[in-house]
Design a protein around this ligand. Structure first.
Ligand SMILES: Nc1nc2c(ncn2[C@@H]2O[C@H](COP(=O)(O)OP(=O)(O)OP(=O)(O)O)[C@@H](O)[C@H]2O)c(=O)[nH]1
Ligand SMILES: [Mg+2]
Length: 235
């Protein structure tokens, strides 16, 4: 039987974290909220709702995810990542996990471009960035993705092989590039994307979007070129 753990990186999401945690379906056996330097009530609310709360002082989405991985219950076999801002719909979780539970793949990305989006949930520049990034990944690695969305499920053994490094916005694309480079069996399932609750921090701000976009492209070129030159480093 699989033990499925959920990691939720959170930076000041007190307006949404309660709703997110209340909607988590029973297929998940443990929930870790990574407090990435919150100055609001996010960690208290998460604790009240019986999540395990761990703190990561080093800022950054990837840093928070890495902390979550190092805090997983020992018997975890599958890990799900989901944002804390209520933009991902926890009701999609069984659908997201199904291809792994059926032993068809090791990694599943929740695709927001294949799924239904609430109006304005996925801004035009995010769509554009997704297309650019996924086309480049296809050209450099031959793997077809339709999104770099944060909502995803992966076997823990596979994730450990990836030896994830990026500490900020390159995290999601790093996982996908490594899946492509390692020929990891993966698939995508359509997920719903909702308008986030609370203050937008990346996609809704110009600076945040530019930084994230730059980081994502840097990751793709770095791995895309270096992994071809030094393939052994990437296995
Ligand atoms: N921006 C940011 N988010 C973090 C950090 N650490 C954890 N997070 C959490 O990571 C998730 C994704 O960040 P978001 O700010 O929602 O990023 P986004 O979805 O690209 O853009 P917006 O929803 O428009 O802000 C959220 O649950 C954040 O609370 C961090 O250092 N920076
Ligand atoms: Mg968000």
């Amino acid at each position: 039987l699989h033990k499925i753990s959920l990691i939720i990186p959170a930076l000041n999401e007190e307006l949404s974290i309660g709703k997110v945690l209340r909607e988590i379906p029973p297929i998940i056996s443990s929930v870790i909220v990574v407090d990435n330097g919150c100055t609001d009530r996010t960690p208290e609310i998460a604790r009240e709702l019986k999540a395990t709360v761990v703190r990561e002082e080093k800022m950054g989405y990837g840093a928070a995810c890495l902390k979550g991985i190092s805090s997983l219950p020992e018997d975890t076999s599958i890990v799900v990542f989901m944002d804390a801002d209520a933009s991902d719909d926890p009701a999609d979780m069984p659908k997201l996990l199904e291809p792994i539970l059926k032993n068809e793949v090791d990694f599943v990305i929740g695709s927001r471009t294949l799924g239904k989006n609430d109006p304005g949930a996925l801004p035009a520049h995010s769509r554009f960035g997704n297309i650019l990034a996924t086309v480049l990944i296809k050209l450099l690695f031959g793997a077809s993705f339709s999104d770099l969305g944060p909502f995803r499920a992966i076997r823990l053994s596979t994730l450990k092989q990836f030896d994830m490094r990026d500490v900020d916005f390159g995290w999601t694309v790093e996982m996908q590039i490594k899946a492509a480079a390692n020929n990891t069996p993966f698939t995508e399932v359509p997920v719903r994307y909702r308008k986030r609750i609370g203050q937008s921090k990346i996609s809704g701000t110009l600076l945040g979007s530019l930084r994230a976009g730059y980081k994502i492209l840097y990751m793709i070129f770095n791995f895309g070129i270096l992994s071809k030159l030094f393939p052994r480093l990437y296995r």
